[in-house]
Each structure stands twice: as C-alpha cells, then as structure tokens.
Write a protein that binds this ligand. Sequence first.
Ligand code: FAD
Length: 421
Amino acid sequence: MTSHNQQPVPVVAVIGGGPAGLMAAEALANGGVHVNVYDAMPSLGRKFLMAGKGGMNITHSEPFDIFLARYGARRTDIEPLLRSFSADALRDWIHGLGIETFVGTSGRVFPAGMKAAPLLRAWLHRLREQGVHFHVRHRWCGWDERGALAFSTPGGECTVDADAVVLALGGGSWPQLGSDGAWISLLAPRGIDVAPLRPANCGFDVQWSAHFRARFAGEPLKGIAATFGEVRKQGECVVTEHGIEGGLIYALSAALRDEIERSGTATLLLDLLPDFSLRRVQDEVSHPRGSRSLSSHLQSRLGLKSVKANLLREALSAEQMHDPALLAHTIKAVPLRLVAPRPLNEAISTAGGVTFESLDANLMLKKMPGVFCAGEMLDWEAPTGGYLLSACFASGRAAGSGALRWLQQPRETQGLLHPRN
Ligand SMILES: Cc1cc2nc3c(=O)[nH]c(=O)nc-3n(C[C@H](O)[C@H](O)[C@H](O)COP(=O)(O)OP(=O)(O)OC[C@H]3O[C@@H](n4cnc5c(N)ncnc54)[C@H](O)[C@@H]3O)c2cc1C
C-alpha cells in the first residue's frame, strides 16, 4: 500500500483477537496504518463473550487510587496505561459504540444488558469499516528464518511480512476459548523474560470427607465471610467436588495461592454467621436445648442447617461439637485447609506472563524491536470486578499507540526490525 506522497503505508499484524488485540487494532487503524488481525480460533473474542455470560463486569467506578491498588505489586506498571485509558474513558468508548453502561450497587460497571455480544458485534463492525482485516483460523507459530510471521491455517502453513507486530495472545486459563499460553515456547527461547503462568481468581482443593463431598458438592454457601490473614471479605462461594470456589474465594485467591506455594497449605477461616457477634453465637449455642438434638438446636437458634451445619462436622469431632465454647468459635471461624489451587485451565484469569522489565514504555519487547505485547499475556494480575478487562483494554491501546510511535521513528533509530536479525 502507498499513501498520497507515495510513502508505503506500514502494515501491522495484531495476533490475538481478544479485547487487548482488538483495542490495539483500533488504535493502529486510527493512526492510518494497515492492520491485519490474526486469531487461531474460528471467531474472535471468545473469552470476552464468555465473560459476558455471567454478567459482563467491564470496569469499576471506584476512585483511581483504590482502583490502581487492585493491581498489587504491578500497580506502578499498570498506572501509566490506566492514566491514558481510564475507567471513565473506557465507559465513554463503550458509549461511542452505542451501548449504555450502568454502575451496580457494588460500584462495578456493566454494559447495558450485561452482555458482551452486542458490544463485540458493534466493535467488529466499526473496525471493519476502519479497514481492519480479520484472519481467523490462523494459529501463529513464530517466525521463519527470514523473520516473517509463520501461521498454520486450515489451508496449510503461510508466512506474513509486517512492519510491526502486536502480540495479544492472552493467558492460559480456559484454553478451549483460544488462549492456551503456548506462546511461551515461542518467546522464551528468544530470551524474553516470562514469569511462569499461574492460576488467578481460582478455586482451591480441600480434602473433604467422602460423605461431605457426596452430599454437598455443588451447594452454595451464601451470606458468609472469609478471612485470610488481615483480609476479611463477605460474600458467597460454592462447595465443589474438589474443594471450594466462587467470588468470595477468588477475592482472596492470590494471597491463598502464594501461601500454598510458600508453605504447602493455607488455612481460610469461614464465618458462617457474619451478622452475629461471637457473644450472641455463644449465648445461642449454650441455651438449654432439652431433649432436642444438637442439629435441630443449631437450626432453630441460629438457622444453621444443611451444608453450613455439616461444614462444622468437617472441622470438629462429635465430641468437640458438644463443647459450646469451641462450637461457637468454630461457627465464627471454620478453618478450611486449602491444599492446592485448582489448575490454571479452570481459573478465571492468569498471573505471570511477559514481565514489564522486558518491555519499554511503548510495551515493545526490548530484545525484539517492532514486537509489542498487551493484555493478559503480560505479568500482572487483579481480582474480578472489571479490573481484568480494564487493564486488557488499556494495555491494548498502549501497545497500538506505542507501535504507531515506533513506526514514525526514523528507521535507523528503530533498532532491529526483525527479531532474528
Ligand atoms: C469465565 C470468565 C469470566 C470472566 N469475566 C470477566 C469479567 O466479568 N470482567 C473482567 O474484567 N474480566 C473477566 N474475565 C477475564 C477477561 O475475559 C480476560 O482477562 C480477557 O479476555 C483477556 O483479554 P486478552 O485480549 O488479553 O486475551 P484473550 O481474551 O484470551 O484473547 C487472546 C486471543 O489470542 C488468541 N490466540 C492465542 N494464541 C494464539 C496463537 N498462537 N495464534 C493466534 N491466536 C492466538 C486466542 O484465540 C484469543 O482469541 C473473565 C474470564 C473468564 C474465563
């Protein structure tokens, strides 16, 4: 392609058509370059659509400082990205696609209807009109000996030359949706520093008794609080065949995972009656129960039955159940010994990835000039609450804009164009 003054228009390949890649494509197309998006799957944005299934939480309305703190150790790396494309800017962008947003009671921001599909449809339509070309069923396999991008397609292998590349290949969770972390084997041998991929926002294994597992797997634990270390959160979770998962657990999962890595297990304390003081629970437990069984006593005085009542029996022996002080303490803090995080493929998101230290301020790989990275494949993590998508969108935009800036530099200052050279 050539422009009016016969300068060739740069061609940029964006590999990965999730929210980060599509945002990079948009920034690039707006900058007047020719953009091709490649994705291994038969259609784009599959994880984004999945995120919309349970009610798409796209960002959060809390103050910027609190928002930033959600990125923990990577806060300072994420900060410039979010300063360039904040939660408010993201909302304006969504409105620009003709989709309203609203703030839920928790401060979380959702697109109208809480669905991802209308947003993705409108976005892809706009990108096509901006001249972006999409190539699905194109699995990127690395670079050939000339430095061209190599793809495997249903029609066979093909290679593509590009003036710059944005990699937005996602993490390693839910691989059936396209992002499988296989890109590590393409980047690590080139000396790119990649922190090991680990589950984030994940469930955990608990060694339930056979009886408890058989009876209660799939049962929700509602209206409880969980404490780990100094952090206490209220919410709900689900007992699973293997252990425990759900929003309340995800919120504490990074610290729990790290503790298991350090010491082999982590003990989570579940408060089954967060609205009752210990004193009140003690009084109710100690109240004379006459000929009533302990089970019906707990049910009538405290409303503890079914999965909650049986959780106590997982923690206490029959004898201990009859010690009112110990029973009351346990109701307020059932110790749950977590022995392992659930595998990465089941997690909502991925920790680890390309380290920020391997990237420059444009999100370009220092060791591979012309190759930019964005989204969940970068080494950051955050809880659920819209923080994941917010950072994916912001980093995609930053990588796209970064590639534009780099392409505008005189060639001799760009460094090595092709990674192999
Ligand atoms: C069940 C679920 C619910 C979620 N809910 C929310 C939520 O409510 N709010 C929120 O903020 N976040 C949520 N998330 C997380 C969010 O969806 C992800 O963080 C986000 O999609 C990551 O965007 P990405 O563009 O970096 O990667 P992805 O969306 O994973 O996209 C990466 C793309 O790269 C492609 N790809 C990978 N390797 C190759 C290759 N070799 N060649 C070509 N293409 C390749 C994949 O096919 C994929 O399309 C949820 C995730 C899950 C699993």
